[in-house]
Design a protein around this ligand. Structure first.
Ligand code: MN
Length: 499
């Protein structure tokens, strides 16, 4: 998927007029070179835009407010080339509302041993200028990312690139609108939550629609549009009849094609970027949306099953954060389904009734048509595949009654040992870090759900920074986790975030 906006990041250099015009000319020239080289590096996913050197309260305040208003600006990068008295920044920082990166670098990489004099020292003093600035941001309690190192370093550039993607997740969060088709599944706790609080914290709009209103939009899709999409499916995917009549199979597939088109038109018309369904409340829909939802997720829509709007919004945000990423491996809703408990081979088989995003697939993708064994509808068509190997993160956003908590588990995705020919759903398989038993124990202690928003492409650090920007608690379960310390993390969260 691609982002609809052409986001940019502003580069603001802090200085002052104490050291004369020549120094300020050098400061501006150095910043221009840094910005040009960052843009030319090919590492950053978004353009950096150089702003005039900030030396007065008025200009700082004006620049930050312009950044607030500019819809294409997704964040500001600040670096203090010289000392920049931080009281000058108070008003601007107080009024600034977008993501902030403190790039703690300096123009020269090496101390120029032979030529260094006091003029050089005064001009190249981010080592103390950036400390003055950082002090103020900390004192004001403003969330920001700090990246340290020389601006030519690949590691530094990759950190800036990673933060840019976090910033997209932050600024886009308040544009996420989730369409609820029917209510949450009855009696289920973990998919529930406070939608007003979610809008306060994350900016999400979560609205319900009667299922038959969207079913009418599906019914309005013409046969020719439907058949054209069915042809596309038959070109793109393997067809696994498994003894079913070919025409009957195709009619089942056409139901999903009509749902895909009808849902997408309805979502677009009403400006929603994420959707939930519920297998127990399908109204006039002939099948549970399976293949249709899988295709919508592939296009970038968020999805949550059984009314799980928190997962739908999180899938959307994680897709936005990885949008346009080179060699992206995929992002999907998943569900912890069943275990392999054989010693040394422990892991969790991830699946759902149908709705797994094909972006995570590896190898061929096939269409199958099978009974659902739940609900009372036609056998739904669905895409079936297995998923990629490698590290990923599973996240669960839960509502604890007094607050939201984001649980972030680093997981290692693997191939299952043997094919599962009788399983008619897409799957993934992973072992949670630090190991199966500790990972599952920590997840359950933290209150993590069975539905997750999973990504190979978004990192635990990015999601933790996103949670911090939203002002909510985040806990990490990874190779550094042990249960004794993890319980202390949860206790600390109760103290800091509990009401
Ligand atoms: Mn489920």
């Amino acid at each position: 998927m691609n982002l609809s906006k052409n986001y940019k990041f502003w580069f603001c250099t802090g200085s002052q007029d104490l050291y004369g015009d020549e120094c300020l000319r050098n400061v501006a020239e150095h910043s221009r070179i840094i910005v040009d080289e960052l843009n030319k590096s090919g590492v950053l996913p978004f353009e950096v835009v150089l702003k005039p050197t900030l030396i007065t309260n008025e200009l700082i305040r004006k620049t930050f407010n312009e950044a607030n208003i500019d819809e294409d600006c997704a964040g500001v990068i600040v670096w203090c080339h010289t000392f920049s008295p931080a009281k000058s920044w108070i008003l601007g920082l107080q009024e600034y509302r977008k993501p902030l990166l403190h790039l703690h670098t300096q123009f020269n990489e090496e101390i120029p041993y032979d030529s260094i004099d006091m003029d050089f020292m005064n001009e190249n003093q981010s080592a103390h200028g950036d400390r003055e600035w950082g002090h103020m941001v900390t004192r004001m309690g403003i969330e920001r990312k700090v990246v340290v190192g020389h601006w030519t370093s690949q590691a530094v550039r990759e950190k800036i690139a990673s933060w840019m993607r976090t910033a997209i997740g932050i600024v886009e969060s308040s544009h996420v609108r989730v369409m609820r088709v029917a209510d949450n599944m009855r009696n289920v706790a973990v998919t529930e939550g406070d939608k007003v609080e979610a809008q306060l914290k994350f900016g999400w709009e979560v609205d319900a629609y009667p299922v038959n209103e969207i079913a009418e939009a599906v019914g309005a899709v013409s046969e020719s549009d439907t058949n054209a999409l069915v042809d596309e499916y038959y070109d793109k995917y393997e067809i696994l009849l498994e003894g079913r009549d070919a025409d009957e199979f195709k009619r089942h597939v056409a139901v999903q094609a009509q749902i895909e088109i009808g849902f997408e038109r309805f979502l677009e018309e009403k400006n929603y970027q994420a959707i939930v369904t519920h297998f127990g409340d399908l109204g006039a829909l002939k099948q549970l949306p399976g293949l249709a939802i899988q295709r919508l997720m592939e296009k970038g829509y968020g999805f949550g099953a059984e009314g799980d709007w928190k997962v739908a919004a999180m899938v959307r945000i994680m897709k936005l954060m990885s949008a346009g990423m080179k060699d992206a491996k995929g992002t999907s809703m998943l569900e912890d389904y069943t275990y392999n408990l054989v010693p040394g081979k422990e892991g969790i088989l991830q699946a759902h009734m149908l709705e797994i995003c094909p972006t995570i697939a590896e190898g061929p993708i096939s269409i199958k048509c099978q009974p659902l064994s739940m609900g009372d509808r036609e056998d739904p068509a669905r895409l079936v595949f297995t998923s990629k190997e490698g590290p990923g993160i599973a996240t669960s956003l839960i509502d604890l009654g007094d607050r939201f908590r984001l649980i972030i588990n680093s997981v290692d995705c693997k191939k299952v040992e043997k094919p599962m020919p009788k399983l008619p759903v897409a799957t993934a398989f992973w072992t949670p870090q630090p190991d199966f038993a500790t990972g599952c124990e920590a997840w359950i202690l933290a209150g993590g759900a069975h539905h997750t928003a999973f990504s190979y492409d978004v990192t635990a650090e990015q999601m933790g920074d996103w949670a911090a920007a939203m002002g909510i608690e985040a806990v990490y379960i990874d190779n550094n986790t042990n249960i004794r310390d993890f319980k202390k993390d949860l206790m600390l969260g109760n103290v800091v975030f509990g009401k």
